[in-house]
Design a protein around this ligand. Structure first.
Ligand SMILES: Cc1ncc(C[n+]2csc(CCO)c2C)c(N)n1
Length: 217
């Protein structure tokens, strides 16, 4: 029998395929992504992560089982360690922006609204693409690149591809599947909407970085 994640993942095939074709991803894989574009991304991502770790901590607090709570609190702490290390390598303090782009604002606000005002099941669904899409894209880049010894962005790629990150992604999927197994048809429908929308926002986040998205006014 198909579990909830397999079903929801199936609804996002077109989004994953579109992400793999984004110039941000192809140029990151080739090592040709302009450094100012990557800087923009890392800068926006630092602001995204500052919100996302609070979102994960909130999901943890809402979980019913102590192990699930522990998982999300550990993941929130992990962000501070792992992602900050990446930002230290790639983020240049001299030209830091402090205003989130429209897409960064939209994504973090959407996550926060669902996690704060909606069910635990929708909260689990909305935070999941952040784990699963980075895992799929990390693995995709590692499998298709031909320049592992000579890519400026290799430490970013290796953070999300490979085994260490895989265990945490599997656990996030398993927890979400467990709660989905007891959810009503109505809640399952809402979980799918949240999962698909967050997946689209992952596409938009890379797109907005590539185009250095600014506020129109
Ligand atoms: C926009 C955006 N989406 C997802 C990630 C990846 N990510 C951020 S926190 C986390 C969970 C624990 O590490 C993961 C996988 C990112 N960096 N930026």
């Amino acid at each position: 029998m198909q579990d909830w994640y397999q079903l929801a993942r199936g609804k996002t095939d077109h989004i994953l395929e579109a992400i793999k074709e984004q110039p941000f991803i192809t140029e990151l894989m080739n090592g040709t992504l302009p450094s100012d574009v990557f800087q923009f991304y890392i800068n926006q991502d630092a602001m995204y992560l500052a919100e996302y770790k609070k979102v994960l901590a909130t999901v943890g607090v809402k979980c019913e089982h102590v192990d699930d709570t522990q998982f999300f609190l550990d993941s929130a702490t992990g962000i501070i360690n792992v992602e900050n290390a990446l930002h230290q390598i790639f983020l240049k303090d001299n030209q830091l922006a402090h205003e989130p782009s429209p897409t960064c604002e939209l994504y973090t606000s959407y996550l926060s609204r669902i996690v704060t005002n909606h069910s635990l099941e929708e909260a689990l669904a909305v935070v999941l693409p952040c784990f699963t899409i980075y895992k799929e894209i990390g693995d995709y880049i590692q499998a298709n690149q031909t320049n592992k010894d000579d890519n400026t962005y290799q430490s970013w790629i290796d953070t999300y591809g490979g085994e260490a990150f895989a265990a945490s992604v599997s656990q996030a999927i398993a927890i979400t599947n467990t709660y989905a197994a007891n959810a009503s048809v109505d809640v399952l429908q809402k979980m799918e909407v949240a999962f698909v929308k967050a997946s689209k926002l992952e596409w938009m986040f890379w797109d907005s970085a590539y185009n250095k998205e600014a506020w129109k006014i």
